[in-house]
Design a protein around this ligand. Structure first.
Ligand code: NAD
Ligand code: FES
Length: 293
């Protein structure tokens, strides 16, 4: 079924599943019509089943020839945990995409790509697209600890230089990605910085790049419902104007985003999310006991 000019809603089969870290999973799904149209920066919304919550995920990779889309997600609540239980060969009930706008693909010069935590996945196709256009790509990826790091090889394959940080120093340089960003900007400058990760990281990167006067793109992932610009759930303030992330973004000028408002809005539903996860885990445990008995 065609939703808008671009997006398609289909049933997608999970072809491959990989456990990247205890809570971060990768799935390659067969979605040829989505893969054919996908561009770096776009996202999909999926629903596991009829009753499922809609989960927006930035596309981590796409292969039009194989007809596949790769998604990477962190199990943070009921819906992502349920998705994580799906196995190779299972279907995902609704898989809608590609949604949102792609990044501007052109030769900028020196591009610095910053990926924090799960944000490493969505920064990869952006780095790849810009590298293929002849940009010099410096990538900086970071995680809290060595065990949470993934796709160092993938990022290395699309970067001229790759820096890795961990907050606790268990791998790569000790500290946040921002300390390397500052060093690179001081030593060689940049024509564009792309940052994807936690809101605080994107805020701190944007504050830094503003000081150095370097244009900056960030990719936002606020709570979404319909993903088509109708419910207003994903609104963010950019340059003092209300924007809908699902249709106006998800990539925005990092210097113009109101990060504090975004952080506050992200916290709005924490209690409900926690309750839904606890109830689901309790039901699951009861079912397991029933089956065992
Ligand atoms: P995390 O908290 O483990 O942080 C990852 C890295 O970001 C850290 O190692 C550090 O280098 C950097 N960082 C974190 N806080 C910072 C700060 N205050 N200053 C400077 N650098 C900082 O991240 P996580 O638990 O993997 O969470 C990833 C986040 O990314 C989630 O909040 C998720 O919503 C977001 N995300 C965004 C997208 C997107 O498309 N925008 C996609 C996936 C995930
Ligand atoms: Fe509803 Fe964007 S998710 S307007």
């Amino acid at each position: 079924m065609i939703l808008f000019e671009q997006e398609e809603i289909i049933v997608a089969k999970i072809l491959r599943k990989e456990i990247l870290t205890p809570q971060i999973k990768l799935m390659v799904v067969h979605a040829p019509r989505v893969a054919h149209k996908a561009k770096a920066g776009q996202f999909v919304i999926l629903r596991i089943n009829e009753e499922g919550e809609r989960i927006p995920l930035t596309i981590a990779d796409f292969d039009p020839r194989e007809g596949t889309i790769t998604i990477i997600f962190q199990e943070v609540g009921k819906s992502t945990m349920q998705l994580g239980e799906r196995e190779e060969g299972d279907d995902i009930q609704d898989f809608v995409g590609p949604l949102g706008k792609e990044i501007e693909e052109k030769k900028f010069g020196h591009v610095v790509c910053v990926g924090g935590g799960v944000g490493i996945a969505p920064v990869y196709p952006k780095a790849r697209a810009l590298k293929m256009l002849g940009n010099r790509v410096t990538s900086i990826i970071g995680s809290r600890t060595a065990d949470l790091l993934f796709w160092e090889d993938m990022m290395g394959s699309v970067s001229d230089v790759l820096y890795v940080t961990t907050d606790d120093g268990t791998y790569g340089e000790k500290g946040f990605v921002t300390s390397v960003v500052e060093r690179v900007l001081k030593s060689e400058g940049a024509d564009l910085v792309i940052a994807v990760g936690p809101i605080m990281m994107m805020k701190m990167v944007s504050l830094l790049t503003k000081k150095f006067n370097v244009p900056t793109m960030v990719s936002l992932n606020p709570i979404m419902v319909d993903g088509t610009g109708m419910c207003g759930c994903c609104r963010v303030t950019v340059d003092h104007q209300c924007k809908f992330t699902c249709v106006d973004g998800p990539v925005f000028d990092g210097h113009l985003v109101d990060y504090d408002e975004l952080l506050a809005r992200q916290r709005n539903y924490l209690d409900e999310e926690k309750r839904a996860t606890e109830t689901w885990l309790m039901k699951k445990a009861e079912e397991e006991v029933r089956h065992a008995g």
